[in-house]
Ligand binder design. Structure first.
Ligand code: IPE
Ligand code: IPE
Ligand code: MG
Length: 256
């Protein structure tokens, strides 16, 4: 098989078939709690196993030639969970950065956080900034960590910034267009996600990338996040590759 991007592709496909690797893959890593409970374990063990799945996904996505991998790690609504679970998730993130940042840097991956920064614990914020600063000049895959992220919150902050620019006369109301809004979102300058994967069987966005996923393809594997592995990632890429993206126009096959 041939791929349009990436190296070392061994995803199953007919010989000679071209696999189109999405530039930007966004993942809603869901089902950690159910994975654990179905094994008689506390939910926190599911989150721990989820970190292992995250590690292998980062490595594999980069190997496949994905340019941007966005992961939904903690939503602005997840604060409503029991304090003990929230505390565990915060500690897990801290530990992930401390343990894995050097390896991520070694893989030439650039890290960027999206989500609301104000109100975060200073210790967490400084770790995130350390990750961004250390990897700023890397030229490989960009790993976007959606942390304390909610799309409506992101859009509110963008609209507020825009309103301030209009009020100060820096931009005329008539000049407000899609680009002016996109440039004020946390994802400014990133391509829109081509493929959004949500594990665990739920088929909803849960306030993830509402603006950016206007024309994304969606894929819902019947696996909890801790069971998501390289083969599952390749199946997602294959499914994406078979989709006919029309963006409101006509199929490339028809238009030809
Ligand atoms: C995803 O797994 C991780 C986070 C939301 C932080 P969940 O914790 O949502 O697991 P389920 O959906 O309850 O099984
Ligand atoms: C979305 O999952 C958030 C993350 C994966 C971080 P949730 O488990 O919080 O979403 P709902 O509550 O099922 O919609
Ligand atoms: Mg969930």
């Amino acid at each position: 098989m041939t791929v349009t991007a990436g190296l070392d592709v061994s995803a199953p496909a007919e010989a000679g078939e071209r696999i189109a690797v999405p530039r930007h893959v966004a993942v809603i890593m869901d089902g950690n709690g159910r994975w654990a409970v179905s094994r008689g374990l506390p939910r926190t063990e599911g989150h721990r196993a989820g970190v292992t799945a995250l590690r292998r996904t980062v490595k594999h996505a980069a190997r496949r030639g994905v340019e941007v991998l966005t992961i939904f790690s903690f939503s602005s609504e997840n604060w409503s969970r029991p304090a003990a679970e929230v505390g565990f998730l915060m500690a897990l993130l801290e530990r992930f950065v401390r343990r894995d940042l050097a390896e991520i840097h070694r893989q030439n991956v650039r890290v960027r956080m999206i989500g609301e920064r104000s109100g975060l614990e200073p210790s967490i914020l400084s770790l995130i900034e350390e990750g961004e600063n250390l990897t700023r000049d890397n030229t490989g895959m960009t790993l976007v960590v959606a942390f304390n992220y909610g799309a409506r919150n992101e859009m509110v902050r963008a609209m507020r910034a825009l309103a301030e620019d209009v009020a100060a006369g820096r931009i005329a109301p008539a000049a407000v267009d899609e680009a002016a809004i996109a440039a004020r979102l946390d994802t400014a300058s990133l391509p829109d996600p081509d493929l959004v994967i949500r594990t665990s069987g739920e088929q909803r966005l849960s306030n993830f990338l509402l603006w950016q996923s206007a024309y994304s393809e969606f894929y819902f594997p019947d696996l909890h996040w801790p069971d998501f592995d390289e083969a599952a990632f390749d199946r997602a890429i294959e499914a994406y590759s078979a989709r006919d993206r029309r963006f409101g126009g006509l199929s490339a096959k028809v238009a030809r």
